[in-house]
Design a protein around this ligand. Structure first.
Ligand SMILES: Nc1ncnc2c1ncn2[C@@H]1O[C@H](COP(=O)(O)OP(=O)(O)OP(=O)(O)O)[C@@H](O)[C@H]1O
Ligand SMILES: [Mg+2]
Length: 270
């Protein structure tokens, strides 16, 4: 679906923010981009949405260079959530905010109404609320709604859960998961490795503007060398399983650990 071919980018007065990055994302996957502060994650996500243009290299959407695609086409096909929700929101009510996105991306008025209704219901938003007066979690839900109200085929989310409490984080991730199950491809920039483990199937690891590894999520989290190079810590369950070793070493999730402990207690008793 998305392909980066030797993509490099630098901001004015700043050296290479992203250097020679190449990868391919398959349709229908959920991919996390992880790495420490300043690693280049937001820059990669903006390049993917066509908000930044590569200094060299190409970004392809279904084999077509996005540099030659119309802005309206990119907006309709790719939903994008900014790292800061205040950058996403510019209208006085949630309804106006969502209609603004829909006007730009969905030509059919009937479909617009259906998208609006579905999103308001699913994210439990009051259309007449002023987005600026909402709590951090509610505001993030509005920002997410504006990014995906038009049901894009690719959804790019730059830190959708940062600063949220457990309940809001789960609510947002469950909604993204539901959207993904309907067929969308999802890319999430995320600092919470527990969220990455629970909701994504592959991971791109960035460090110092370089892609240092891409692979299946649990497998990457077992690769101590890659995590060290990117200054990341593994999720708790993978860390514990690695420390216990032996029969526990391949475990990634709480339920698997529970089952393994029950099994080994039974074996001791027998
Ligand atoms: N608008 C900008 N102007 C100049 N330099 C920038 C700009 N945005 C980012 N940078 C620099 O580019 C590099 C990559 O930044 P980027 O925002 O992509 O990192 P990130 O991995 O998203 O970090 P974070 O986890 O803090 O969000 C950093 O060194 C950053 O300081
Ligand atoms: Mg960022």
């Amino acid at each position: 679906m998305i392909q980066f071919e030797h993509v490099s980018f630098g901001y004015p007065e700043h050296g290479g923010a992203v250097e020679d990055v190449s990868f391919t994302l398959k349709k229908g996957g959920v991919t996390a981009i992880i790495g420490s502060n300043g690693a280049g994650k937001s820059t990669v996500s903006r390049l993917m949405r066509g908000l930044l243009k590569p200094v060299s290299g190409r970004v392809l959407l279904d084999g077509q260079d996005i540099a030659g695609m119309k802005i309206s086409t990119l907006a309709a096909r790719i939903g994008f959530l900014f790292q800061n929700p205040d950058r996403q929101i510019c209208r006085n009510t949630i309804e106006e905010e969502l209609r603004f996105t829909l006007r730009l991306t969905v030509p059919d008025p009937q479909r617009r109404e259906a998208c609006l209704k579905e999103t308001l219901e699913a994210l439990q938003l009051d259309p007449q609320d002023d987005p600026m007066l909402l709590s951090r979690g509610e505001k993030q839900r509005v920002a997410l709604a504006t990014a995906m109200v038009h049901q894009p085929e690719l959804l790019i989310l730059d830190e959708p859960t940062t600063g949220l409490d457990y309940r809001e984080c789960t609510r947002i991730m469950e909604y993204i998961e539901t959207f993904h199950r309907k067929g969308a491809t999802v890319v999430i920039v995320c600092h919470d490795m527990e969220v990455v483990l629970d909701y994504t199937d592959e991971v791109i690891v960035m460090s110092g503007g370089h892609l240092i590894r891409k692979g299946e999520t649990a497998e990457i989290f077992r690769d101590a060398e890659t995590l060290r190079a990117a200054s990341l810590l593994p999720p708790q369950m993978i860390d514990l399983a690695g420390r216990l070793g032996g029969e526990y070493s391949g475990i990634a999730r709480v339920e698997e650990m529970r089952d393994a402990i029950v099994r080994s207690r039974k074996a001791v008793r027998a």
